[in-house]
Design a protein around this ligand. Sequence first.
Ligand SMILES: [Zn+2]
Length: 109
Amino acid sequence: MRAKIKKGDTVEVISGKLEDMGKRGEVIKVFVDKGRISVQGVNLRTKHQRQVQKQGRTINPGRIKFEGSVHISNVMLVCPKCNEPTRVGIERDESGAHRVCKNCKALLD
Ligand SMILES: [Zn+2]
């Protein structure tokens, strides 16, 4: 599958865990080979960190919140032009391939 979602995009969660449904956030990481992404504030997990010494630094113990990944099919890109979750089309011209909002037809990049 072609990556239609990139780091820095805003996406909305459309399926998956109930608590994440309808959330919007910025894509902070893309795992291209797995077809998964991490979205700011979505699928929050807590990691318990023990106090460790790492390269002379002390990492404090405690609970660290971090974003787990979600499958790319569980989100929709939010178009920056019309502010709606939308499917993305690809349009080609002399300068290459561009993503297009199927809702308002705006070129996204
Ligand atoms: Zn649009």
